[in-house]
Design a protein around this ligand. Sequence first.
Ligand code: PMP
Length: 439
Amino acid sequence: MPAEEMAKLGQSQKPLLAYGDGIYVVDSEGRRLIDGPGGMWCTQIGYNRREIADALAEQALRLSYNSPWYTINSPASELAERVAKETPGDLNRVFFTTGGSTAVDTALRFSEYYNNVLGRPEKKQIIVRREGYHGSTSLTAACSGRAGNWPNFDIASERITFISSPRFRPAKGLSEAEFLDELVQEFEQTIERIGPEKVAVFLAEPLLASGGVIIPPKGYHARMKEVCERHDIIYVSDEVVTGFGRCGEWFASEAVFGVVPDIITFAKGVTSGYVPLGGLAISEQLLARVSGANAKGGFFTNGYTYSGHPVSCAAAIANMDVIEKDGILDHVRELAPYFAERLIELKTLPCVVDVRASGLVGCVECMLDPDADEPTALDKRLGSLIDKHCFELGLIVRPLGNMCVMSPPLVITREEVDTMVDILRQGIVLATEDMRTSG
Ligand code: PMP
C-alpha cells in the first residue's frame, strides 16, 4: 500500500471496505461511513453511479484499448475537446496521462523539451513552494515541499528551489497585503539570485491541498504570474485537487484564483475516482513556439502505454455529463459558504486553532496549546486520534498530523454537511479528552 509503515509490513490494520453508495462507504462489518476526504479529494459525483458503470462497460466491450502511439480513439478525442472547452485562456491542447504525478511530470518534461528546443538548455530550474505536493515520481516528489515525504529518499535536486508557503499567519504582525508583497518579493529575489535565464518553471497548486488547504492571499497567483511573464517562466497550475468542481468551477485557476496559467495539470475528479486518469492542458501560444512552423526538436518522446485510455476517457466523459446534468458546479457554489460556516463553528472548541475552506474543501487545524507557535509531536498525533473516534461515529477523516481535511463528494447535501461536522466535533472533543487523561 502507499505510505506503508515498514515495521508492520503485511499487517495493515486499514479498514476493509465492502461497497460505496452516494457519499458513504460501508466497511466489511457493515459500518456506514461518510467519506469525509472524498477518497483522496476525488470522489466528486459519489459512489454507485450507474452512468459511469454503463459508460465503462460499453467502452470496454466496444474498444478496450489500442496503442496511442499508432492509433487514436473517439473517447480520448472527445474528452480532449470537452476539457479544452472548460480550461481558461488558450489552454486548448490536451495530453492524457495515468494520474496526477504523471501529469505534473509531463508538464515538467515538456518544459525541458521546450527550453532545449528553444536553444537555452541552461533554463531548467524549477521554483516550488514549501508545503506543496505534486506527486510521487522522482521529479514530482522532489518538487513536493512537505518534509514528511522526504526521509530516506534521495530526492533532493539541484534543479529545484523552494520558496515560502503562502500560508498567512495573522499572529506574525503583517497585514495580508504586506505578506503578499513579501511573497512576491521573495519570488523575484529568488529568480534574480538563480538568474532569470536559468529559471524554467513556477509550479503551484491554486490552494495547497495536502499541505493543509492553504489558501494564498487574494491576488497572489496573478502577481506571481506577472513575475513569470517578465522572465519568460512557464507557470504550471497543478489543479489535480482543485479541478473538476472541487472549488465550484471546472478549473479554479482563473475562475476562483484570478490567473490564466500556461499549463494546467488535472487528475482525480476527472473520473470521480472510478478509474485512473490524469492529464494536462497547454497554452496554444506556448506550444506554437516549438511546434508547426517553429518545430526544431523532432518528437516529444514522452508518453504512457495508457495515455488517452479509451475506457478511462469514456468514464471521464460520463462523469462530466453527470456534473452538468445534476448541476453539481452550481450546487458546490451554493453550498460552499454553509460548509465553511459550519467548519468555522468548530473554532469554539479550545484546541481548534484555524479553519480554512474554499468550495467543498476544508481543513481544521488542532493544537493542544492554542498559543504555541508550531504543532508539537503530540499535536501531530491528534489527527489520527480524531480519525479513530470519528470512524466509530460514522465518518472517515483524512488526518494530516494535527490537521483534519474535509473534501467530501460534491453531491453532499446541507443535512449531510451538518452530520459530518457534528461527528467531527465529537471526534475532536473525544480525542482531546483522551490526550488529557493520558497526560
Ligand atoms: N498534485 C497534487 C496537487 C496532488 O494533490 C496529488 C495527489 N494527492 C498529485 C499531484 C499526484 O497525483 P497522483 O497521486 O494521482 O499521482
